[in-house]
Design a protein around this ligand. Structure first.
Ligand code: DAH
Length: 344
């Protein structure tokens, strides 16, 4: 009987001292398990007399029930405590300032490209693309620049093989489009893309830059159509009161060829450092598609005519946003790019 009393008291004490559910489980095994203390009390029965056995058995049962009840009660208490601890551990301090997600921005050149695409698509143009690794055929030959033509020197070229190169201008796409059209009219396209030249990089030169070619071919297309189109472009990009002027120039793929100036958006044409005190800023090259170009691509130059132009996107972006170094577009310093965040 004393032994039973001892097991019960020790058990209750052990339960009381448990501070977590793992310990409590161990106590359960120690006392109520198959090899536990209560079970070893039962083993003592075999030495008792017939009369003593039921009394002893009953006492052991009471001890077992007492310990079971105490274990359950303690388990409830510890469970609540464990939950409390977990809640404390997982507490979030909602007063701490959060991390602002860093959102990328649209690159200024992309902004210009998208703006130009919107503008020309609005006038009924489609957008075409072509490969940056190009055949000499489309970059030069079809553009009326046969091998050994001196004007090839105007565009110092990265050759890959004697027949393949990194395109030096988006005019190469123009030649592909003309060929693919198989003489079908009208054609009204813009072709944006990267181009490459063997230039040393400085504030106004980059070995890789972007252009957007424009091409319109149809019946009775004239220089006046070109002028109207480019005036519209200049006014939308640089301000409604801009004027443009054509200066005679030379490109092998156009005849006549012109260089196009726009009145300075800084001084309005009065003269300032941006326009080198001339009041005018050169923005692009253009002209009427050379009959040779049309004929080489399968068009009858007596029945149709066209105009073309090539816009330098960096130049437009630099003028529009007042950027003084073309390398800014390619070094991708976030302090520069952040200035063009539409969402800030
Ligand atoms: N391809 C010329 C260049 O890169 C730009 C150009 C001039 C394109 C006149 C044209 C054009 O389509 O008609 O310098």
């Amino acid at each position: 009987m004393e032994k039973i009393q001892e097991v019960q008291q020790d058990g209750l004490k052990a339960i009381e001292e448990c501070s977590n559910l793992e310990q409590l489980n161990q106590v359960r095994i120690d006392y109520l398990g198959k090899k536990g203390h209560v079970q070893s009390l039962m083993a003592l029965m075999k030495d008792l007399s017939k009369e003593e056995k039921p009394v002893f058995g009953q006492k052991v049962n009471v001890c077992k029930q007492t310990l079971t009840a105490a274990l359950e009660q303690k388990q409830e208490v510890l469970k609540v405590e464990a939950l409390k601890n977990q809640l404390v551990k997982e507490k979030i301090d909602i007063t701490l300032p959060g991390y602002k997600p860093v959102v990328g921005t649209v690159h200024p050149l992309m902004m210009i490209q998208q703006e130009l695409e919107d503008l020309f698509v609005g006038m009924g143009y489609s957008v075409a693309e072509g490969p940056e690794i190009e055949l000499d055929l489309y970059n030069f030959e079809r553009a009326n620049l046969p091998k050994d033509h001196p004007a090839r020197d105007m565009q110092d070229t990265f050759y890959i093989t004697p027949q393949t190169l990194l395109r030096t201008h988006t005019t190469a796409i123009q030649m592909r489009v003309l060929e693919a059209s198989k003489g079908q009219l009208p054609i009204k396209l813009i072709c944006p893309g990267k181009v490459y030249r063997r230039d040393d990089d400085d504030a106004t030169h980059s070995h890789q830059f972007m252009q957007m070619e424009g091409l319109v071919v149809g019946e009775n297309i004239t220089l006046a159509d070109l002028k109207g189109t480019l005036k519209f472009f200049a006014q939308k990009m640089f301000g409604e009161d801009r004027e443009i002027r054509f200066r005679p120039s030379y490109f092998p793929f156009t005849e006549p060829s012109v260089e196009v100036d726009v009145t300075c958006h800084m001084c309005g044409g009065k003269g300032c450092p941006v326009c080198k005190h001339t009041g005018w800023i050169e923005i692009l090259g253009a002209g009427m598609v050379h009959p040779n170009v049309l004929e080489m691509s399968g068009f009858d130059s007596k029945k149709c005519s066209g105009f073309a132009f090539g816009i330098g996107l960096e130049r437009v972006a630099m003028l529009k946003y007042g950027i003084d170094d073309i390398r800014n577009f390619y070094t991708n310093d976030v302090r520069f790019l952040k200035n063009f965040n539409r969402f800030d």
